[in-house]
Design a binder for this molecule. Structure first.
Ligand SMILES: Cc1cc2nc3c(=O)[nH]c(=O)nc-3n(C[C@H](O)[C@H](O)[C@H](O)COP(=O)(O)OP(=O)(O)OC[C@H]3O[C@@H](n4cnc5c(N)ncnc54)[C@H](O)[C@@H]3O)c2cc1C
Length: 416
């Protein structure tokens, strides 16, 4: 470690992103303190779909999202929902986001994602936890459709991902072929695309174990304690907690997910980050489900959790991150998935959950130095913070310790 490298670093936010930064800083011998207002994995890193799927990790703003969004706007049972409120920061976010929903912007953002996606799986391997601690399953993801016509957007996207330099191995299958390995697919499903070479985790369990591992390696966890502000004062960076106490560090990393605007704004983060709230629940399955399943037409992701249950996840609702869980949206998620799956015991649904994806207005993560020396940002990963958390942690730790911006991070400058 060079002489100027920080020795004591605070991380605000104990989600997948913050804990990954912590882990990789520890690899350099940095002493880490982690703050969270609620606890480890208290935000969106808990009940999400858990796909570690660089093959599908693409910028959210694209032409079809806008088409789809405009059709479903204000319909409270639609997979994409914007409630009619007078929220000016949300309006500002939506205008910026909509401007990026075109092919040119998508390609530009995709070119930035490719080098990050390409190291995503290696970064998971580098976490290098003991075998029993780190459970990650290699599996294809099957995108399933009622009609072949519904697959045209995804097929085009796969072609564009390949053209951007990110190899995605995929195969088209009939409904009958799909049901050979996934008998849970109802006969209403007639067409599918198998995307090979992906992985998945139980994200809540994984993040909890990562938190325990980071603490086992010497980190201090300060929770529950909401951080009110982070300020550079003389040669130190001070963290002020809601309990009124403050502590000094050589550097601080803000990894506060969908809560980024309040703390990040004064530090030069101009890009709005909105809470794209998603829902999930678990349903028991009569048989083990072999792979994750994606239903793009209704925007639903399903992931095997344990031997005989399936997590059903989806919907995107732009509201304040701490708004209550809306049971009507869970019911609508269930209605979308029900005709497409067999052999599930829907009556035994459990673990209802809502979590706020940190969606940046240009669909790209915010990773790097803020405008204030010694304060760094790691967030805005939107749909893909599980896949990209460890890669983010690795590269940002390199930057903090070595003082040089890794090439892969240049497009993600958080002050852009
Ligand atoms: C339904 C759904 C499905 C998803 N599926 C996938 C998937 O399959 N694959 C994938 O890659 N991604 C997926 N995602 C996205 C993924 O969950 C997020 O991108 C990721 O969890 C973001 O991690 P994070 O660490 O940035 O944020 P979070 O996990 O939200 O962590 C932020 C933490 O900061 C804390 N915090 C906030 N403000 C403060 C403060 N002032 N002081 C102290 N602490 C604070 C919060 O308590 C929280 O614990 C999904 C999301 C949803 C909602």
């Amino acid at each position: 470690m060079g002489a100027a490298a920080p020795r004591r670093v605070a991380i605000i936010g104990a989600g997948m992103v913050g804990l990954s930064v912590a882990w990789f800083l520890q690899e350099y011998g940095v002493e880490v303190t982690i703050w969270d207002r609620k606890g480890v994995a208290a935000g969106s890193s808990w009940g999400n779909a858990g796909w570690v799927s660089p093959g599908l990790t693409t910028p959210l703003p694209e032409a079809s999202v806008l088409r789809y969004g405009l059709k479903s706007l204000l319909r409270s049972d639609a997979p994409l929902y914007v409630p009619p409120t007078l929220d000016l920061s949300l309006a500002r976010f939506l205008v910026k986001f909509a401007r990026r929903c075109n092919e040119r912007e998508w390609k530009r953002a995709m070119n930035a994602y490719v080098p990050l996606n390409n190291i995503a799986l290696d970064a998971y391997d580098a976490l290098n936890l003991a075998e029993e601690t780190l459970e990650i399953t290699s599996a294809p993801i099957v995108a399933a459709f009622q009609w072949r016509e519904q697959a045209k957007d995804l097929l085009k996207e796969i072609e564009m991902i390949n053209r951007a330099g990110q190899p995605v191995k995929s195969e088209m299958l009939s409904g009958a072929e799909l049901r050979e390995s996934l008998p849970q697919l109802a006969t209403t499903v007639n067409f599918g695309i198998r995307i090979d070479g992906q992985r998945y985790i139980d994200p809540g369990a994984f993040t909890t174990r990562l938190g325990a591992a980071v603490i086992g390696r010497g980190a201090t966890l300060v929770t529950p304690n909401e951080v009110d502000s982070v300020r550079r004062e003389k040669s130190a960076v001070n963290v002020y907690g809601s309990d009124g106490a403050s502590s000094s560090f050589d550097a601080v990393v803000l990894a506060v997910g969908a809560w980024m605007n309040r703390l990040g704004g004064p530090l030069g983060v101009k890009m709005p980050v909105a809470a794209g709230r998603g829902y999930s629940f678990l349903v028991p399955s009569a048989e083990t489900v072999a792979f994750p399943i994606y239903f793009p037409a209704v925007r639903v992701a399903c992931t095997p959790m344990g031997p005989k249950s399936l997590r059903i996840a989806g919907t995107m609702e732009f509201r304040k991150p701490d708004y209550r869980l809306d049971t009507a949206r869970l019911a609508s998620l269930m209605r979308s998935a029900l005709p497409l799956l067999d052999g599930l015991d829907w009556g035994q649904r459990r673990d209802d959950w809502v979590g706020a994806r940190p969606v940046s207005a240009d669909g790209m993560p915010l990773i790097g130095a803020s405008k204030v020396p010694g304060i760094f940002i790691a967030g805005g990963h939107g749909m893909w913070g599980i896949t990209l958390g460890p890669a983010t942690g690795k590269l940002l730790a390199d930057q903090i310790v070595k003082g040089e911006i890794p090439d892969q991070l240049r497009p993600f400058d958080p002050t852009r």
